[in-house]
Write a protein that binds this ligand. Structure first.
Ligand code: SAH
Ligand code: F3S
Length: 481
């Protein structure tokens, strides 16, 4: 699992169930975080009502949309390369329109239309409902752009079309935007202020997924633990809420409980947790409900108090350890993963050693590790010189990755000999005789298919492992089917 989430991953062309009568063809691909993949499902749903069915053939598309990521420079370069590819296709099919969605659209705004002559359409993450109007403008021969960030938009009323789905696991967005302002991060600028989605619409979406055969839902947000519903509005305006709104407010642990009870046999996961917002309530709720998976993605970014402060991460190393201790006390077999950044401005060898020693303390199950990439407009870019040479960033990153690999193997080895419940998701990539699924801790498990089927919960005896995968043999059905 020691790889970056986004820029190494090929954006996947996505398929959608075709709607009868739709004659236009949409090719949509996504880069970056899970939220982008989830947003593309909202976009496909909006465009399905406008006569578009999706296609996996770029060459036959009437409209090409790319949902983009700005988190690191490399992610943006990947999208630029894709635009070159679309340009080549457009030379053969001049009627094809090209649109840029998501964080790069928001960051570069109209500059995109100037820089990339082939782009007809630029749409920010809060403006997807405006797509029908924007497309009408494009049809009339004008470039179209909407990058307005919203205080309310959560797309709670849109029923996403599941793209490229295994039919078993799905993402459900619960918050949008982020108020944290970590100094290295472009997300607050590209996705706007934090707002939470109406819990009723979340539960309705979950119930609908269950009825369609889905068995696992990951609740998504930039910072899920900060979820707060009090009848609408921005998180930061909660202080102005009425007494009634306060009394009936739903926080993240309440939401987890609502989900776990609404579908008692559905598995729930969530991502991402910022340590500063994760409360004991959330850990207790996880411990209380068997169907909330024992896995927390808990990015820390650095093990040095000085760097954490410079990053505007609002917790200390010690407070992080206390959180880890509480998780391990209340949920002893909980898996924990990290995001880490090497070479943040001013990072010394001592700071780097603090990161390695923090990792030794936690012994993460897996991690997503990155070299610092300066992002225009962020506080770090404005106030701090990007002063760590590339080769030093890379060397430190490699040391972090090496240590994580060692810990990942130690962690997977602990599963060997146990019988664990696996939800079957798909055929193993390596063998058509094996299923692939995940245990509660989010580790991939492969085992011979026998008579079992996709979407079933199976008890699997774990016989062997690598640092990323468990290998086993089914024992019987789990009682959770
Ligand atoms: N809360 C978000 C975090 C978004 S960014 C979420 O839901 O995942 C994902 C990770 O990218 C961060 O945790 C951080 O480790 C990394 N990252 C963000 N900005 C970065 C930058 N400027 N350079 C390198 N890595 C960065
Ligand atoms: Fe970015 Fe920090 Fe929010 S990493 S998404 S500003 S929690």
């Amino acid at each position: 699992m020691e790889k970056t989430i986004d820029e190494n991953k090929q954006g996947e062309a996505l398929i959608l169930d075709t709607k009868e009568g739709n004659s236009k063809k949409l090719f949509i691909e996504s880069y970056g975080c899970q939220m982008n993949f989830s947003d593309s499902e909202i976009v496909a749903s909006i465009l399905s009502d406008q006569g578009f069915n999706t296609t996996q053939q770029l060459e036959e598309a009437d409209l090409v949309l790319v949902n983009t990521c700005s988190i690191r420079d490399k992610a943006e370069q990947t999208v630029r390369k894709r635009l070159e590819k679309y340009n080549a296709v457009k030379r053969i099919n001049p009627n094809m329109k090209v649109g840029v969605l998501g964080c790069m659209a928001e960051r570069l705004k109209s500059k995109f239309l100037e820089e990339e002559k082939i782009v007809d359409l630029v749409v920010g993450p809060d403006a997807y409902k405006d797509l029908p109007n924007l497309l009408a403008e494009v049809d009339e021969g004008r470039d179209a752009i909407n990058v307005i960030l919203s205080k309310e938009e959560t797309y709670g009323d849109i029923s996403p079309v599941r793209l490229n789905s295994n039919g078993v696991t799905a993402f459900v967005s619960i918050t949008r935007g982020c108020d944290n302002m970590c100094t290295f991060c472009v997300v607050p600028f590209t996705r706007g202020r934090e707002r939470s989605r109406d819990p009723q619409s979340i539960i309705e979406e979950i119930n609908d997924l269950w009825s369609k055969g889905y068995r696992e839902v990951t609740l998504l947000g930039q910072n899920v633990d900060s979820y707060l519903w009090y009848g609408g509005g921005l998180k930061k305006d909660f202080e102005k809420a009425s007494d009634f709104q306060r009394a009936t407010a739903v926080n993240f642990s309440n939401l987890l409980e609502l989900c776990a009870k609404a579908q008692a046999k559905m598995r729930f996961r969530f991502s991402t947790s910022n340590p500063q917002d994760m409360t004991l309530d959330v850990i207790e709720t996880m411990a209380k409900f068997e169907n909330i998976c024992n896995y927390i993605h808990l990015p820390v970014q650095s093990g040095s108090d000085r760097i954490l402060k410079a990053m505007n991460r609002l917790h200390t190393r010690q407070e992080y350890f206390e959180l880890i201790d509480n998780i391990k006390r209340l949920i002893p077999d909980c898996a924990i993963s990290q995001d880490m950044i090497s070479g943040f401005p001013t990072e010394t060898e001592k700071d780097h050693q603090d990161t390695l020693s923090l990792m030794e303390y936690v012994k993460y199950d897996f991690g997503f590790m990155f070299a610092y990439s300066e992002r225009p407009g962020t506080l770090a870019a404005r106030k701090l010189e990007d002063d760590i040479p590339e080769d030093v960033k890379k060397r430190r990153l490699n040391e972090i990755i090496q240590l994580q690999q060692k810990h990942s193997l130690m962690r997977t080895q602990k599963h060997v000999g146990k019988i664990e419940e696996i939800l079957i998701e798909k055929e193993s990539k390596r063998s058509d005789q094996h299923w692939s699924g995940r245990n509660s801790q989010n580790t991939v498990v492969v085992f011979p298919k026998e008579h079992y089927k996709v979407g079933e919960f199976v008890n699997v005896k774990i016989n062997d492992c690598t640092s990323a995968t468990l290998i086993g043999q089914a024992v019987n059905y789990s009682q959770n089917n």
